[in-house]
Design a protein around this ligand. Structure first.
Ligand code: URA
Length: 209
């Protein structure tokens, strides 16, 4: 496995256990997903470029750092990715948000794009693609393909739980895209759910079980 960062901070591990628990209800699930997304945003933004600016403190003029370049774009893959957006925006409040929607064609089992609305200039921005679960990798690969086709160059994939199978697929299809995850789980089962996992993230976020 390449280009994968596991953010195994104790707070993240603790919160992951809460959302894995089947007895955690919709409200707490939603809140804790956002709390983990906030902590992941801190790590993912570690390498954002800085530039010098001149400011005045109450005492003196000084040169200090500020984030350089165009605003980051948070890109939730619909629908479950929406659950991570508010948490990420808490730390990166000026970020733009682009949405991409994928559904699975039941005959071919291939992901199909049904919605894509991005801000201007994605070729000059860093994109943080968010989706709680990296399972087969199918929808993430299709989303990255679609964004590259529209000119995106710099992308990171930010997930809560990843299956080794999905990581391998992303590495093969898009070796330039770094994966940030709170955990790498054991495996995919025969229904393409991650085990131990947390179930269907979209259903648990939106109470559609
Ligand atoms: N999507 C989910 O929501 N959960 C899984 O375990 C796999 C894919």
């Amino acid at each position: 496995m390449e280009n994968v960062h596991v953010i195994d901070h104790p707070l993240i591990q603790h919160k992951l256990t809460i959302i894995r628990d089947k007895n955690t209800g919709t409200k707490d699930f939603r809140d804790v997903v956002n709390e983990i997304a906030r902590l992941l945003a801190y790590e993912v933004s570690r390498e954002l470029p800085l530039k010098d600016i001149e400011i005045e403190t109450p005492l003196v003029k000084t040169t200090q750092k500020t984030i350089a370049g165009k605003k980051v774009v948070i890109v939730p893959i619909l629908r479950a990715g929406l659950g991570m957006v508010d948490g990420m925006l808490d730390l990166i409040p000026a970020a733009r948000v682009g949405h991409i929607g994928m559904y699975r064609n039941e005959e071919t089992m291939e992901p199909v794009e049904y919605f894509c609305k991005m801000p201007q200039g994605i070729d000059e921005r860093e994109l943080l693609i968010v989706d709680p679960m990296l399972a087969t990798g199918g929808s993430a690969i299709a989303a990255i393909d679609a964004l590259k086709k529209r000119g995106a160059k710099e992308m990171k994939l930010v997930v809560l739980v990843a299956a080794p199978e999905g990581i391998k697929k992303i590495n093969e299809a898009h070796p330039d895209v770094a994966i940030y995850t709170a955990a790498i789980d054991e495996k995919l089962n025969d229904k393409a759910y991650i085990e131990p996992g947390l179930g269907d993230a979209g259903d648990r976020l939106f109470g559609t079980l």
